[in-house]
Design a protein around this ligand. Structure first.
Ligand code: AMP
Ligand code: ZN
Length: 496
């Protein structure tokens, strides 16, 4: 029996506007697609928040024993400067400004994205496909939509015919916009556009002579429209109908609305069972964004090098800060909020540190199994991490009381308590107690990974009272120039 058979998850589905009981299309398996970054600049903390929300969701599904195929793409072509199919390709523009190849831009910021996510202890997705790696699939979808009479070609570009589509299906159902309003609210065509109607969107754009990111197609040398890549890659790896599609709130319209229209036009069925949208991280009350400069970079937080910060904060503290808010609530970033999170995080880690040393009695003065189910209930209620954390703090209080002799725990409950705290804190919330790559002087991720492994083995040895092994690990690492330091947040290390 897998855990997921005992737990009923409710997910807020943006499509219906309701919390719905989650039932995967295939029992025991989940297909999840999340729109990835457009790799034309460093990810800011707002981007990280959205991806972290889905990392937590991925982690919880895995914890419950589901087999999850998690696809998160890299947008490396086709995303123009504005949503109305106008302006330069974001990556091509950066390449032009920096006088480098577009693929150098892509490489640089994909590496940055991975480095940052590693520091925050993200699990890698199952597949991380790129738009440029799926041009053929995108062209095939366009052909299919043209064949169905729902797209038209003008001067080498192909557009999706929103009004025609809306005659038999519904455009706007995710973002709750109706086509009539769209017609009234969309800027009139300026005479330069090839579109029949302003609400139509590009499936293929003919490249101007100066546009260097171009591929041959039946219509012109050009490039795919931004929305198409996600339809191509989600269908290819998850099928015509899959369980979960996620992204930030700001992607609902037009991006996800267009994805639905493309998939329905092509396959005749609604592609996604549960649409999930993560809310925004704000700074000074405004959305963090690349374009406005109102943002903070993760690297600035790890070093403290930003005027709004009083000091550096670790990736785990930052992760804890994010997990203290529900993924569908707006979260405002501030130094004070991070300082408060740091205190809470230390309190949690201190309690975890002493679990092993708690005296065990015959009975428990705290109902551990009811508390354990409350942890699950919090996560089952649309991944309510703030309630989960509040519930974990009930255990912190109990641990501290037991340590002081004011409460009692039985040996059996002690095992359940330890396993449950570890499962939710480390596996589900993805927090880390040990020195991370961000705290290692030389930032060598591989070395960090290896040392962290040894730190975990040493902790296990100590838990088993095998002090000979734990001392051996510490001393031999020291001989190699790696110093371990046991502290409040667990064990950290430095390299001499
Ligand atoms: P982009 O690279 O701009 O396509 O954005 C990548 C992801 O970050 C998308 O899912 C966006 O919705 C999300 N995102 C952008 N800004 C924020 C923000 N301030 N807070 C949370 N998520 C954001
Ligand atoms: Zn997408």
């Amino acid at each position: 029996m897998q855990l997921y058979q005992e737990q009923n998850i409710k997910i807020y589905n943006s499509l219906s506007g309701n919390k719905e009981l989650f039932e995967s299309i295939t029992d025991g398996y989940i297909g999840m697609y999340v729109c990835g970054p457009t790799v034309y600049s460093n990810v800011h903390l707002g981007n990280v928040r959205t991806f972290m929300s889905f990392d937590m969701i991925f982690r919880y599904f895995k914890h419950l024993g589901y087999k999850v195929r998690y696809v998160r793409n890299i947008t490396d072509a086709g995303h123009l400067e504005n949503d109305a199919d106008e302006g330069e390709d974001r990556i091509a523009k950066k390449a032009r400004l920096e006088q480098i190849e577009p693929m150098e831009v892509v490489q640089r910021y994909t590496v940055d994205f991975h480095n940052i996510l590693n520091k925050f202890n993200f699990l890698p997705p199952s597949i991380e496909p790129t738009a440029t790696g799926h041009i053929i699939e995108q062209i095939e979808i366009i052909k299919e939509i043209i064949d169905k009479g729902l797209a038209y070609e003008v001067n080498g570009s192909v557009y999706f015919d929103v009004l025609k589509f809306n005659e038999t299906r519904t455009y706007g159902k995710l973002s709750k916009r109706n086509v009539e309003d769209l017609i009234h609210n969309t800027r009139a065509l300026d005479g330069q556009s090839d579109k029949k109607n302003p609400q139509d969107f590009a499936l293929w754009k003919k490249a101007e002579p100066q546009h260097i990111m171009r591929w041959p197609s039946p219509w012109s040398d050009g490039f795919p429209g931004w929305h198409l890549e996600c339809t191509a890659m989600s269908t290819k790896y998850l099928g015509e109908q899959f369980d979960i599609h996620g992204g930030g709130m700001d992607l609902k319209f037009p991006h996800h609305e267009c994805e639905i229209a493309q998939a329905e036009a092509c396959n005749g069925c609604s592609p996604v069972k549960y649409w999930m949208h993560a809310n925004m991280l704000t700074l000074n009350g405004k959305k963090m964004a690349k374009s406005t400069g109102n943002n903070i970079l993760p690297g600035e937080i790890f070093t403290g090098e930003n005027d709004i910060l009083s000091k550096a904060f670790s990736p785990s503290v930052t992760r804890f800060f994010m997990m203290q808010a529900h993924y569908r609530s707006i979260l405002d970033f501030s130094n004070d909020a991070l300082e408060a999170s740091e205190k809470g995080f230390h309190k949690l880690m201190e309690a975890i540190d002493v679990i092993d040393d708690l005296p065990k009695g015959n009975t428990s003065s705290f109902d551990i199994s009811a508390w354990k189910q409350r942890c699950y209930d919090a996560m089952n209620d649309d991944f309510n991490t703030p309630i989960l954390i509040a519930t974990l703090f009930e255990a912190v209080k109990f641990i501290n009381q037991t340590k002081e002799g004011k409460a009692e725990i039985s040996a059996e409950d002690h095992t359940t308590l330890k396993q449950t705290v570890h499962a939710f804190v480390f596996d589900v919330l993805g927090l880390t107690a040990v020195g991370t790559a961000a705290s290692s002087e030389d930032g060598d991720d591989k070395l960090s990974g290896a040392v962290e492994l040894l730190i975990r083995l040493r902790a296990e040895a100590r838990a088993n009272k095998d002090f000979a092994t734990s001392d051996k690990i510490r001393d031999e690492l020291a001989a190699l120039g790696v110093q371990l330091k046991d502290g409040k947040e667990g064990t950290t290390f430095s390299v001499n």
